[in-house]
Design a protein around this ligand. Structure first.
Ligand code: FAD
Length: 467
């Protein structure tokens, strides 16, 4: 077996690896390979030379050492929501069998193994009255989300990024060493891992703080798309009036005609205003009244909910689909920005994106954490994420539509961005990755990459090349 870069693996090599690890070892053509390589975005397949389905920390160490011996680059996958390269010449480590979760109610911390998704942590933490800094989609993996910062639509404006609350990471670096990384014992590697996402090693376990939050007031309000300018105006005027207990975003959606959707949303052009509020329902009702009154709602799903229902704020898609996406951050969201957005995506625009959303950040997202990390999006007031659904045969048209909308917003864009929202197209843009981090942060990351991964073994990501 050999890859495009000429790396060779003999059947004996693979067989030897199979004997060394507990989980499955799969090559192309073998039963189970396709399932092990499955991705959330169907236009981003994984095609590694070999896959190791790690079932323990020891399996990860063995797989990384095997890769080092054979000159193979390494990719890792948990819940596959951000696969940016087919990893064609590489060894893929999948972690979904590593499911350990422990909650320490006394210290308010949670520790999970690499294969855990947020949906698995939420009920366990809730049993102890705790809530982690989870994002909008509970089906994403804890480790990838947190290494990319982790921007929560409910707890983020109050507590900051998920990465800001990490106490410990167990990580296997490119030399095959298992390291226990805390801000006290390895401050540089700790800094690089949290923000440098996937560039510095395979995390096998992560421990982080959770917060005593049992419920929230929130959900979505849907309006007909024709009211975009009114809803945008109301939202913009309202944003500066609320404190960090309130988080919101607005998605402009052209929804498919799917039987799973409630009737007013099927095949409809709608606005989805999302609310996440930590105060009481009475205060929440009072606070969001100006938004509710901005246009006649089609469907109002805002109410009192247990924290475990956090996924109901955004109602993100959960089934795999083919899509192309882009993101950027806005320095401001002025009247002119809003008007441009209406022109680009409103009723008269001919826009075909399934969704374009603007998340308002601010609050604790702007604060430096107690233990420094390399999350590059601190201080950005707004992020925009859009996607167009379709397969590779439609790629040119879908990319052109994304470019039309995102280039139209470029006058307000900052170079920095959320690592977690980067698309496969953005990952291959070396200059873009540098700009995303900012020159100073990028140089420091590149210098640390030279120390911890000089051969760039972990390169199937938004790659930080060794200095
Ligand atoms: C519908 C949807 C909603 C989202 N909402 C939010 C949100 O609200 N806030 C937010 O911040 N992000 C959000 N994201 C982005 C999401 O957090 C990232 O895509 C995250 O990386 C997904 O993790 P995964 O395990 O599913 O992905 P995977 O594709 O399995 O992993 C993605 C990358 O993470 C790194 N990684 C994964 N596992 C490891 C490991 N064990 N060690 C080292 N590196 C690893 C690797 O670089 C890997 O390529 C959303 C994504 C989607 C698709």
């Amino acid at each position: 077996m050999s890859g495009a870069t000429g790396v060779r693996l003999s059947p004996q090599d693979v067989e030897a690896l199979r004997h060394e690890v507990t989980g499955p070892v799969l090559e192309p053509g073998v039963d189970g390979y396709e399932a092990e390589c499955a991705t959330f975005n169907l236009v981003c397949p994984l095609r590694p030379l070999v896959v190791v389905g790690a079932s323990s920390e020891r399996d990860v160490v063995t797989a990384v050492r095997f890769a080092a011996r054979h000159g193979l680059p390494v990719a890792m996958k948990t819940a596959a929501h951000q696969v940016v390269s087919p990893a064609a010449d590489g060894l893929l480590i999948t972690t979904q069998r590593m499911k350990g979760i422990s909650v320490d109610a006394q210290n308010g911390t949670v520790s999970v193994e690499a294969g855990v998704r947020w949906s698995e942590v939420l009920p366990r933490a809730a049993e102890e009255g705790l809530a982690p800094v989870v994002g909008s989609a509970p089906e994403v993996g804890v480790v990838g989300y947190t290494l990319g910062g982790g921007q929560s639509p409910l707890l983020g404006r109050k507590y900051g990024y998920a990465a800001d609350h990490v106490r410990r990471l167990n990580v296997v670096t490119a030399d095959g060493e298992l390291r226990r990384v805390t801000p006290q014992n390895e401050p540089e590697l700790y800094w690089a891992l949290l923000g440098g996402k996937g560039n510095f090693g395979v995390v096998t376990e992560i421990e982080f703080d959770a917060f005593p939050v049992a419920r929230f007031y929130g959900g979505g309000i849907y309006f007909a798309g024709e009211h975009l300018d009114r809803v945008l105006d109301a939202w913009r005027a309202w944003l500066p009036t609320v404190d960090e207990d309130m988080t919101s975003s607005l998605a402009i959606q052209r929804l498919p005609d799917l039987p799973g959707l409630p009737e007013p949303l099927r095949g409809a052009f709608v606005l989805h205003l999302r609310i996440g509020y930590l105060g009481t329902a009475a205060d929440g009702d009072r606070l969001i009244a100006p938004l509710r009154e901005s246009a006649p709602p089609l469907l109002d799903l805002v109410g009192e909910k247990p924290f475990t229902a956090i996924g109901e704020i955004h109602l993100d898609p959960v089934d795999p689909m083919p899509y192309y996406d882009r993101s950027l951050s806005l320095e401001e969201f002025s009247e002119k920005t809003a008007q441009t957005l209406v022109d680009l995506t409103g009723p008269e625009s001919g826009c075909t994106l399934v969704s374009i959303e603007i998340r308002a950040l601010g609050g604790a997202f702007d604060q430096e954490p107690e233990f420094p990390n390399s999350v590059p999006s601190r201080g950005l007031p707004y992020v925009v994420f859009g996607f167009a659904v379709g397969g590779p045969d439609q790629a040119d048209g879908l990319r052109a539509e994304l470019a039309r909308v995102f280039d139209g917003l470029a006058p307000w864009a900052t170079g920095r961005n959320l690592v977690n929202f980067l698309s496969p197209d953005e990952a291959t843009d070396t200059e873009g990755v540098r700009e995303l981090y900012g020159a100073e942060r990028y140089e420091r990351l590149a210098a640390l990459k030279t120390v911890y991964d000089p051969a760039n073994v972990f390169r199937f990501n938004y790659n930080i090349a060794p200095a």
